[in-house]
Design a binder for this molecule. Structure first.
Ligand code: BTN
Length: 248
């Protein structure tokens, strides 16, 4: 069993363009160990999914990248890492708020608002997942958002109090470690069930859009490789990779 916590190797930088960029550079240059965390107080060019910018006011939030070496995980099961990270973030948030969901594949929502974003970048060697850089932007104390990010929210806005970032970091890493151990110890079904259980729009029909236009569908499941499976009102099953379908 790999132990991420304690002690974490935390690399702290006052300012970085992107913790994911820094982590990727470290992997090239310094062979950081499994569980290394890159953290910055002020991230100036945070990268998001779909080439978006991740807004985070300096000193207010957690912007970190966790470097994992999940060599035990077959490449086709790499979505397991996404489940580990998103469930870990959701577990951490569950200490302070309810109504948490994961919008496939790994946006973290509270109600209709986004509180955390995750950007995972794997590197593969032969048939092995050699490293996963798991970037997490978690809104903690920021109360005003300036970018056009849709519906951002933070813990401070939800709970109307300030949070200690160090304490949040410790709790977050512990929560992720627990989930990672479930994956590593061969309990992927547990992760599958819990991921499904808290999926955003898990029940009922909603509008979506794919390359052929708009349609209404309900979530039928997640495929073993992490694809999003929808069932239309007409009963057709459609399977999507990331970016192939939009939530409307
Ligand atoms: C998203 O678009 O939802 C993903 C956002 C991911 C942001 C985090 S902040 C820490 C890490 N470093 C980055 O440049 N991006 C991720």
């Amino acid at each position: 069993m790999s132990k991420l916590f304690p002690p974490h190797n935390i690399i702290r930088k006052n300012e970085l363009d992107s913790t994911n960029n820094h982590a990727l550079k470290l992997i090239q240059e310094a062979s950081p160990s499994h569980g290394t965390v890159v953290l910055t107080v002020n991230q100036t060019k945070g990268r998001g999914q779909r080439k978006n910018y991740w807004e985070s006011e300096g000193g207010k939030n957690l912007t970190i990248s966790l470097i994992l070496r999940p060599e035990f995980l077959p490449i086709h099961l790499q979505f397991g890492i996404s489940k580990v990270i998103s469930l870990g973030v959701a577990d951490f948030l569950g200490r302070y708020t309810d109504n948490i969901s994961i919008k496939w594949p790994n946006d973290i929502y509270v109600g209709e608002k986004k509180i955390a974003g995750i950007l995972i970048e794997h590197s593969i060697m032969g048939s092995i997942l050699s490293t996963s850089v798991c970037g997490i932007g978690l809104n903690i104390n920021q109360r005003e958002f300036l970018s056009d990010a849709p519906n951002p929210v933070s813990l401070a806005l939800l709970c109307d109090k300030e949070f200690d970032l160090e304490e949040c970091l410790t709790q977050l890493l512990e929560a992720i470690e627990t989930r990672y151990q479930q994956l590593e110890e061969g309990q992927p079904e547990l992760l599958d069930q819990e991921y499904l259980k808290i999926l955003y729009r898990k029940e009922g029909y909603y509008p979506y859009e794919d390359a052929n236009g708009r349609f209404e569908a309900r979530i039928a499941g997640i495929s073993p490789i992490g694809q999003f499976v929808l069932e239309t009102r007409e009963g057709d099953e459609r399977t999507y990779n990331f970016k192939e379908v939009k939530f409307l």
